[in-house]
Design a protein around this ligand. Sequence first.
Ligand SMILES: Nc1ncnc2c1ncn2[C@@H]1O[C@H](COP(=O)(O)OP(=O)(O)OP(=O)(O)O)[C@@H](O)[C@H]1O
Ligand SMILES: [Mg+2]
Length: 143
Amino acid sequence: MSAPVVSGSERETRAIAAALAATLAPGAVLLLSGDLGAGKTAFVRGLAEGLGIDPGEVTSPTFTLVHQYDGGRLPLLHVDLYRLETADLDELGLDADVTGKGVLAVEWPDRLARVPAGAVSVRIEDRGADARAIGVWHGDTGK
Ligand SMILES: Nc1ncnc2c1ncn2[C@@H]1O[C@H](COP(=O)(O)OP(=O)(O)OP(=O)(O)O)[C@@H](O)[C@H]1O
Ligand SMILES: [Mg+2]
């Protein structure tokens, strides 16, 4: 992992995510880990901004599991697996045919039985007040 970047505000986290989004190609999978309230959904709002999607559309998909936001450079698929013990992307309707066209962002990826090859991990850690350390690396969460 490259050295984590420290974000000092939700806005800064969104800017970091937007910059990452600009580099993503169809089929990108982002595994967003971090405690409750760390800023995973805020990061997804930044991904939306970076793809040209209205970030106001992004809400926590805890109850619906999967949200799709269209209208940007690439479709953004957003999944929150918090409530599941184990999850299979294919069973959620997120097989490679679907995810291959857009960007998939997964909150609580430790629930995944199998992590797609080529995934990028983003770890957000609360450093007190509004500070968050954000680390990005290629590969799965290393659980
Ligand atoms: N630097 C920061 N980056 C991101 N969010 C921040 C930051 N500082 C404060 N916050 C606040 O932390 C909260 C992050 O909430 P968010 O819903 O994004 O967390 P989450 O990781 O998705 O939580 P959950 O696991 O419950 O889904 C928001 O209230 C946000 O305003
Ligand atoms: Mg969330």
